[in-house]
Ligand binder design. Structure first.
Ligand code: FAD
Length: 354
């Protein structure tokens, strides 16, 4: 029987970051993952945008999350000898008078992260817009695919990776530890995204999976290293390729790319873009979102050896490094998880018999 301290299930952003911080803390682990092409992490645009939504609100905890993310992605990039993060600005073309006014109002009251677009015609060569634009900055752009694939190679080389589907039927849990497929561990932590919403330990948590569709589009000669947003966003993906998305659907009949989104995206491109384009890919993935839009971090009240890092919703790039670090610190005995993210807030729900 092999022995380790933590078994991690899943290597999206959550499992990648938890395993990285555990390694840095000297806590042994094994990571079980069966990659799928359409995981939320592998389909993410990779953007950390501090101001979002119709009312241009500053996102939750962003003043802590943004500098932490910048530090963390630089650190892991240095560790892997890869660039996985860059600073970027979002050029926000106002799609309606309401959005223009929301930007102006927000800028008057709290200008942090915003800059009005002085030269209204600056992007008119490439895009069709009527109401001007503003800039959101600094934003961060993470190359999630590169990070996950390079970290996976590192995990494999270190002998920490078990490449297979995790099966609950092979798991034996007791308060002092767990046994899974020939591995004994003190803890098991689920970082398996949407799967936890159907797993036996955490299915009672208020998950609200959210479907997102996007595309990869080839466009010639756009100004580089900017995100262009007008309702949907075009995000640099490398060379002439842009990530275009996305939809946010709370009710959906399946997790597949839809004709409806394709039409909507083509329509958007035809009206907004003044350059020829070619669609290279169309995809859909489910975000592990939650009803109250806060993550799920911590250990099960009745199974203290079983934990979770999940519920990252639409903000996995900023939430994963921060809360994985809090969880690793808790395991190390040098900190606690923020009560707003800790699953102890659901002890009553999770306490009901399985
Ligand atoms: C279209 C789209 C765009 C997005 N854009 C952004 C963005 O720009 N910025 C941002 O911050 N967030 C974005 N997000 C949200 C972000 O992608 C998620 O918050 C984040 O990726 C969730 O990461 P995770 O590790 O929890 O889950 P996942 O990425 O789903 O990872 C779970 C992993 O567990 C594995 N797994 C699951 N079950 C099993 C099993 N039984 N056995 C073995 N392995 C298993 C899966 O294969 C996967 O590798 C976007 C999401 C979508 C869908």
């Amino acid at each position: 029987m092999e022995e380790t301290t933590v078994i991690i299930v899943g290597q999206g952003l959550a499992g990648t970051w938890l395993s990285y911080w555990l390694y840095q803390a000297g806590i042994p682990f094994k990571l079980v993952d069966q990659p799928v092409r359409d995981s939320a992490s592998l389909r993410a645009a990779g953007l950390i945008n501090p101001v979002t939504g119709r009312r241009m609100v500053t996102t939750w905890m962003i003043d802590e999350l943004l500098p932490f993310a910048r530090m963390a992605y630089r650190e892991i990039g240095g560790f892997l000898h890869e660039e996985v993060i860059e600073d970027i600005s979002v050029i926000d073309f106002f799609p309606s008078v309401q959005m223009l006014q929301a930007f102006q109002k927000r800028y008057e009251n709290e200008p942090t992260y915003l800059l009005p677009g002085e030269n209204r015609e600056k992007y008119a060569e490439w895009f069709q817009y009527e109401l001007g634009w503003g800039s959101i900055q600094p934003c961060l752009l993470i190359n999630v695919e590169k990070l996950i694939s390079r970290w996976r190679v590192w995990l494999r080389d270190k002998g920490c990776l078990v490449e297979s589907v995790f099966e609950y039927s092979k798991l034996l849990v007791n308060d002092k530890g767990n046994e899974y497929s020939g591995i004994q561990s003190r803890y098991i932590i689920f970082c398996d995204g949407k799967s936890s919403a159907q797993g036996p330990f955490f299915e009672k948590l208020p998950f609200a999976l959210n479907k997102g569709e996007g595309m990869l589009v080839e466009i010639q000669e756009l100004p580089e290293h900017l995100v262009f947003k007008k309702g949907m966003s075009l995000v640099p993906y490398g060379g002439n390729i842009f990530w275009l998305g996305s939809s946010y659907e709370w009710t959906f009949k399946d997790d597949q790319p839809s004709l409806q989104f394709r039409r909507q995206a083509e329509n958007w491109l035809n009206h907004f873009l003044k350059r020829p384009y070619r669609i290279l890919d169309h995809f859909a993935a489910l975000r592990p979102a939650t009803l109250e839009r806060r993550p799920f971090v911590g250990f099960h009240p009745h199974h203290p050896s079983v934990g979770i890092l999940n519920g990252l919703g639409t903000k996995g790039c900023s939430l994963a490094p921060y809360f994985a670090n809090e969880l690793a610190n808790q395991l190390k005995g040098i900190g606690e998880v923020n009560p707003l993210a800790a699953i102890s807030r659901f002890d009553k729900i999770l306490g009901r018999p399985l």
